[in-house]
Design a protein around this ligand. Sequence first.
Ligand code: NAP
Ligand code: HSE
Length: 429
Amino acid sequence: MNAERIVRLGVLGCGTVGSSFCELITEQADEIARRTGMRIEIAAVSVRDTAKPRRGVDAGLLTTDSASIVADPTIDVIIETMGGVDHTKELVLTAFASGKPVVTANKELLALHGPELFEAAASAGVDLALEASVAAGLPFIRALRESLTGEDVSRAMGIVNGTTNYILSQMTENGASYDDALAEAQRLGFAEADPTADVGGFDAGSKAAIIATLAFRRAVRAGDVFIEGIESITAEDISNAKRLGYVIKLLAVVERDDAGSIAARVHPTMVPTEHPLASVRDSFNAVYVEGTGIDQIMFYGRGAGGHPTAAMMVGDAIDVAANVGLGCHRGVGPLPDATIIPIDDITSAFYISVDALDQPGVLADIAGAFGSRGVSIRSMEQEGITDDAARLVFITHEAVESDLRATLIELADLASVKNIGQVLRVVCD
Ligand code: NAP
Ligand code: HSE
């Protein structure tokens, strides 16, 4: 029998993800050795508080000194699960400079500095593996980097934040309040340390930047992504959507036009109930990719939580450890800056709720405001909210965002319009 090659891992962070990683890789060590010929060992783990007990980690391996792990010449691979940006970026760059590949789940870091980190890894001839950074528990990044390298991807739409999908599912299916659903998502370990990153759409925005970068092989950064969160979604919006044949999902959408310019955006979206993304519930994530050869594919799985995220990091760790043995690495090629399409120029269908006087001629005035901006109405519903006021709910055909915004301004100026309520983008069937 061939001797096993020992691979020593330095793990930065041991919270929800890091402790699951240590648990899984320790439990699977014998089977991984049988399958790969590599005996993977945890050599050291950094945390802030070494006194806290850690699942799956011998207390003697704990340190508060992440830099000492990165500098340790006996450590082969760095597993980064501590989060954070500036300090973490320095540690990752130092790891590359000392010839160590890095496996990370840190989408915030990648969305801000991904292109620079890919370049540094390539110059050092080591891997930067990031499967768990987007739609944590599904092997989507590997598909983008490998299977779809030659595919002409035109668009990807994803439910890529488990916390918000959990909140919206609980509100839709169980009538849960927003606050209770968020508290439960935090208890279950889905939410970021600061959950405003989840509900404000920033976490999904980071993931949109990473997806766009890898799908189109252009540098798209966090600041290029238009972001709206789910904080304004009410029980009434959810029930209106249901009645009209839609569910509300926080979608990350990345698209490329014929000239190669890229749009990346995150916002709550009305998705037709028959669309494959509509059935993605709970903390599950999915990414629906469209391209010339593939037509459409959907990746689906657990998008958050310790074990699903760690499972993808274990796969990455084995992969990069094998590359260390072979003396090779897998880059993503050059990433020139993307030309970004501003949100004003994006085309979408829209849902708009308007409170107006319930009087003759009002509907004609409102229709006139839409018509004057070239926004075509696809459907309209009216319900009385008081004796003399009605709530009108419109769904438009596809319109340019700036025309829709101009319509809203014109509507707000009409004497018969009392209030403009929710405005949401709608996925067309
Ligand atoms: P977490 O539970 O807060 O864990 C963070 C860990 O890092 C803790 O063990 C913490 O130590 C340690 N740490 C933080 N700053 C440190 C420092 N300066 N030096 C040493 N140790 C430090 O966070 P998490 O949920 O596991 O998330 C970790 C990363 O994975 C983030 O980038 C997150 O975005 C990403 N991610 C999370 C999920 C998920 O479902 N949770 C999924 C995909 C990706 P103490 O324990 O002593 O405080
Ligand atoms: N907070 C993130 C989510 C973790 O809820 O999806 C996975 O990236």
